[in-house]
Design a protein. Sequence first.
Length: 166
Amino acid sequence: MQCEMMVDLFAGFAAGTLDEETRSRAATHLENCEDCRAEMEIVSLLARAEPVRAPSDLEERVRLAARQAMQDHVAPSERDVIPLRPRRTVPAWALSAAAVLVLAIGTPLLVDQMTSGGAGDVVSADGFDDPVATVWTTEDGLIAGAPALDMLTDDELRQLLEELDG
C-alpha cells in the first residue's frame, strides 16, 4: 500500500470502521512506514480527544466587543465615499416577453428539424468499459458533437491529421 492511499484511510483506521482486509493492509503499511505511523498517531489522538466546550460567557463577550468596535469606528469623509452607479432594472414583463419570443421562434425550428430527419437520436456506442469515456453516436454513425468530415478527400484528411499531429 502506498502512503497516498493511507492518507484516505487514517480516519477509518482510527475509528475502527475499515473492513478486515483493508485494515490488515493498512496495519502492515504502518509497521513499515515511520511517516504514516507518526501521522496515524496524531489522527488517533484527535479521534480519542474530548470535544472542547466554549466558555459560557463567550457569546456575550463577542457581542460586547462588536458593539465597542462599532462605537469606536470613525465614519469616512464624503470625499472617501465612491458613489454607486444606479442599477438598471428590467421590468418583469420584458423578461416574460423575451421568453415567449424565444419559444415562438424556437419551437417551430425544433419541430421542423425533428420531422425533417435531422441528425437522429443519440445512442450509446457499445464496447466501452469506462462509463465516463463512453462515446455517444447518432443513428447515422457520427460522433455527437464532431464535425462531419465526409466532404473531405483522402488527401485533405491526411493533411488534416498531419496538422493535428504536428
